[in-house]
Design a protein around this ligand. Structure first.
Ligand SMILES: *Cc1c(COP(=O)(O)O)cnc(C)c1O
Length: 359
């Protein structure tokens, strides 16, 4: 499914608890691999600004410097700028297939070649796309190469608990070759509790979730995934056409099914608030302000895409007539965008979680 082969470069991996853990483990693996193989003591990761926040989490948890490179006007990674950002301390270069914010696929072929020339690792974050892009390609959609068919790609994260239809709590991290995977393993040789070795971050692990994941995969099967992808991409095409037909809105980049859109004339967060009132939960994005709808199988049910576009038209009309209306999430996002001191925004997020835990 992801271009794996057997033999010396056999693709292997582990099941993890989610995309974040897959990414955390990959970054830890490259840090430790580069320390042993190249003596890199001040590791850096190079990634487009659009790569998932889980990479920041890895950087913070594992003491890796994060070098984020602005994406191009098409919201894809800027290959020339990424090349400039690679240093002797780079342990891994990252690209997304597709990105969480805008659903566009980075130029993985060029990026992974940059990494290969420099002898550094390359991670494709296919958390969102791993269980959809292979089928989209078979269905004739334009899918640039992103997986192990590219020789420079040394790891791929793919979320079974998204488009693999497993219950939440599983993902897979894959590596090119057993040697690399070893740097993921955690070993303690001198503990009185015995020789201790653990493949992932968790100690005790839920076998039930892994079994349920396996069951989801064999019950869906290739034909199930292909059919699900066909329906999702069709619904997404309808939704894209609908958004494009609304003069005040435009789509960001060229997404397949995770569709980000914004407006030059309206506060897009107010459009989002109106949509929330109609039961649509769009994800707010920033820099630039936008929202996205990540199309799933539920949206592929009869009439849903049509209803979404009807409601979106109503939302645009409403915001046009009431541009100053108070309330909702729009003022919070509006404010967060303008506060230069990001510590203040971070405190706001602390307060948000505290509030959740206090009720
Ligand atoms: C969802 C997602 C992640 C993180 O995965 P979780 O399962 O939420 O931890 C990482 N990258 C991309 C592109 C994603 O869509």
């Amino acid at each position: 499914m992801l271009g794996g082969s057997t033999g010396e470069d056999e693709i292997c991996g582990t099941v993890t608890s989610g995309g974040t853990e897959s990414i955390l483990l990959a970054m830890k693996t490259y840090r430790d691999w580069a320390r042993e193989k190249s003596g890199i003591m001040a590791p850096e990761m190079v990634l487009p600004s659009s790569a998932h926040a889980a990479f920041d989490k890895a950087a913070q948890y594992f003491g890796i410097k994060i070098v984020r490179v602005p994406v191009g006007t098409d919201f894809r990674a800027d290959v020339a700028a990424m090349k400039e950002a690679i240093t002797d301390n780079t342990v891994v270069v990252v690209g997304s297939a597709p990105s969480f914010p805008h659903g566009v696929i980075d130029p993985i072929e060029e990026l992974s070649e940059l990494a290969r020339e420099r002898g550094t690792g390359f991670h494709t974050d296919a958390c969102l796309g791993g269980f959809l892009l292979p089928w989209a390609e078979r269905l004739g959609y334009k899918v640039p190469p992103f997986d192990f068919r590219l020789p420079g790609v040394t790891s791929v994260s793919v979320d079974t608990h998204k488009y693999g239809y497993a219950p939440k709590g599983t993902s897979v991290i894959l590596y090119r070759g057993w040697e690399l995977r070893r740097f993921q393993y955690f070993k303690v040789t001198d503990w009185s509790g015995g020789l201790y070795v653990s493949p992932t971050i968790a100690g005790s692990r839920p076998g039930g979730l892994i079994a349920a994941c396996w069951a989801a995969m064999v019950s869906m099967g290739e034909s199930g995934y292909l059919e699900a992808a066909r329906r999702i991409l069709q619904a997404a095409d309808e939704i894209k056409a609908g958004i494009s037909s609304i003069a005040e809105l435009h789509i960001l980049g060229e997404p397949l099914w995770n569709i980000a859109f914004s407006s030059d004339t309206l506060d897009i967060y107010r459009v989002m608030d109106f949509m929330s009132g109609r039961g649509w939960s769009l994800n707010p994005l920033q820099r630039p302000p936008a929202v996205h709808i990540c199309v799933t199988l539920r949206h592929a049910q009869a009439g849903v895409a049509e209803r979404f576009i009807q409601d979106l038209r109503a939302a645009v009309e409403h915001v046009k007539k009431n541009p100053q209306q108070e309330g909702g999430m729009a003022p919070i996002y509006g404010m967060a965008a303008t506060i230069p001191d990001r510590k203040v925004v971070a405190e706001l997020l602390d307060g948000y979680l505290d509030t959740l835990y206090s009720v």
